[in-house]
Design a protein around this ligand. Structure first.
Ligand SMILES: CC(C)(COP(=O)(O)OP(=O)(O)OC[C@H]1O[C@@H](n2cnc3c(N)ncnc32)[C@H](O)[C@@H]1OP(=O)(O)O)[C@@H](O)C(=O)NCCC(=O)NCCS
Length: 152
């Protein structure tokens, strides 16, 4: 089990595993849409790390290394397939994201849905502070909570 760069060959199996998550259903992200997003992100050179277990990518961290509010990296998405949750993979991906961002930026930012209390607890356990909210930013009935951690 390890964190490594996401590869194009990971996408066909990983995209449907992520699309099966309740979070993705709520945001209406189908397997095809996730696969297209990841292909475009790989082509752009976005930060993309995979969690590999049993020879397969079972989760990812997708991020921008710099530029957020002029000073920080931005975690666009961290997500593990259902069976890969609750075992420390998220912490490993978050630490790898932070190490990569810290090379270019002093701050890390991310957004969490107001209903995603498990993810809010996860980020708070890992040193992130809730600093704001963007009401209706993606879905009209959901606020995206802004989380921030100073990296150095
Ligand atoms: C949020 C996420 C990245 C955290 O990574 P993780 O490796 O699961 O983190 P942890 O090991 O710290 O466990 C997270 C929670 O799962 C619980 N958990 C324990 N065993 C579990 C299992 N077998 N299956 C699922 N969850 C389990 C943990 O107790 C913890 O819940 P708590 O905060 O109520 O104590 C991951 O759970 C995930 O991908 N969730 C779905 C997508 C998502 O919400 N992404 C965040 C978008 S902002």
């Amino acid at each position: 089990m390890s964190v490594r760069p996401l590869r194009p060959a990971d996408v066909p199996a990983l995209a449907p595993a992520l699309a099966a998550l309740p979070l993705m259903a709520r945001y209406r992200r189908s397997a095809d849409a996730i696969a297209a997003d990841l292909a475009a992100a790989l082509a752009r050179g976005d930060g993309l790390l995979a969690w590999e277990a049993g020879g397969e990518a079972r989760g990812l961290a997708w991020f921008l290394r710099e530029g957020t509010l002029g000073v920080g990296g931005y975690l666009r998405l961290i997500a593990l397939a259902e069976g890969a949750q609750g075992g420390g993979a998220g912490a490993a991906l978050l630490a790898a994201f932070e190490a990569e961002v810290a090379k270019a930026s002093r701050h890390a930012f991310l957004l969490v849905s107001d209903f995603n209390e498990a993810a809010q607890r996860f980020y708070e356990r890992h040193g992130y502070a809730r600093v704001g909210a963007l009401p209706g930013f993606v879905l009209p009935e959901v606020a995206e909570l802004v989380y921030w951690r100073r990296l150095r």
